[in-house]
Design a binder for this molecule. Structure first.
Ligand code: EPU
Length: 349
């Protein structure tokens, strides 16, 4: 697939601007957009004749590289309900609720647990798809269930946590169920017995902290490293942290003893993609309007009227340099959408 040189101007065939609907803010338009406020509206859509579609939440992990020929479906369902159990708080959150606002709401209402996941952009409905995670905690730690509208049957099904296939930045919604339905809400269980997760550098130093202190520290760390998309458009980590075999790791470690590494439960080793990119001297590297962020090399940014072509060229340069120096493949964490739908970096350019 070849990416067209530049997105066309708004036209009758592509009347809906996507620029403000993705935090990377590339200029692109969609052929059709359906904004839904009630989950029941999903049953009114004729999926059989809709053609290509893409479900868009807060747009903080989706990049529209050029005009999109299909239909954008934006679930904007709202509502949070809480029920108190003996040992936990049970929450049901509609897919269109903002994740960070949920974290704040829980803290303000003495239902702590989500502090490490503060300031992650995007909506709650998107959270299970890539199993959002930060500072030693993942959504999977608190997720009880995911409600999911199945297109084939027109029914909302409840998938319990164990059915969601959660892994590092992964779930069944990126795999077997991809394109087959739409998340309408999530259920979380927050134990009343709060236990801070202080496993991450920067939090380890906290001594007997309150939930508010953990929250404040996470917010401060994120703000010191990660650019605010409102100031510099970005979608957070562009690549996943690669997980390699012990033998590969040993080879790299021998040459680079300071390499940060995190052993996984299966014995493999997760490397820090940001560190690998940084070691290639790529911080601040620019192609057209796209740049590697100067404080966190894992974040690619739109610094000045970036185009899809600029971004793809920069992402490929980063991949090539890391492969050259460390023989490690970086895989995008973000979702890339071209004219005909979601695609892979290797299919572009
Ligand atoms: N590092 C560098 N240079 C850089 C960036 C990182 O040397 O430019 C080093 C750091 O010093 C550290 C290691 O790499 O030793 C890891 O860096 P960091 O703690 O910043 O976390 P990360 O692995 O780069 C991941 C998530 C982030 C999440 C943080 C904190 C992924 C792909 N990214 O980043 O998630 O906030 O951990 O838990 O797993 C996101 O998904 O958009 C995101 C921001």
């Amino acid at each position: 697939m070849v990416l067209h040189k530049s997105a066309s101007q708004n036209s009758a065939s592509h009347p809906f601007s996507l620029q403000s609907l993705s935090t990377f803010a590339l200029p692109a338009f969609a052929h059709n957009l359906l904004h839904l406020q009630q989950a029941e509206q999903l049953t009114e859509i004729d999926f059989g004749h809709l053609g290509e579609f893409y479900i868009l939440g807060g747009g903080s992990n989706s990049i529209f590289l050029e005009d999109y020929a299909g239909t954008i479906i934006q679930p904007d369902f709202k509502g949070i309900s809480i029920s108190e159990q003996a040992k936990s708080w049970q929450l049901h959150i509609a897919a269109g609720e903002n994740w960070h606002r949920l974290v704040c709401f829980c803290l303000e209402n003495n239902m702590p647990g989500l502090e490490n996941l503060a300031l992650i952009p995007g909506n709650c409905g998107a959270a299970p798809i890539q199993n959002i995670g930060a500072y030693g905690v993942e959504l999977a730690n608190f997720c009880d269930y995911v409600d999911w509208f199945e297109i084939a049957t027109g029914k909302i099904k409840r998938l319990h946590r164990s059915d969601c296939g959660f892994g590092y930045r992964d779930s069944i919604f990126k795999g077997a169920l991809k394109g087959k339905g739409i998340i309408t809400g999530i259920g979380l269980l927050l134990p009343k017995q709060w236990q801070p997760n202080l496993s991450y550098p920067g939090l380890r130093e906290l001594d007997n902290p309150t939930p508010q202190q953990v929250f404040d520290t996470v917010v401060a760390i994120r703000q010191s490293k990660l650019p605010d998309p409102d100031d510099i458009p970005n979608v957070g980590s562009f690549f996943k942290n690669p997980v390699v075999e012990q033998s590969t790791f040993s080879g790299i470690k021998a040459a680079y003893p300071a390499i940060p590494a995190f052993e996984q439960t299966d014995g493999r080793i997760k490397l820090a993609a940001g560190w690998l990119i940084d070691q290639c001297g790529l911080k601040g590297t620019k192609i057209g309007g796209a740049a590697v962020h100067h404080r966190q090399a894992l974040v690619l940014t739109n610094i000045d009227q970036c185009s899809g072509v600029d971004l793809i060229s920069l992402a490929k340069l980063v991949q090539a340099k890391v492969k050259d120096k460390f023989a490690v493949d970086l895989e995008p964490e973000v979702r890339l959408i071209a004219a005909c739908g979601e695609t892979k970096l290797e299919n572009l350019g």
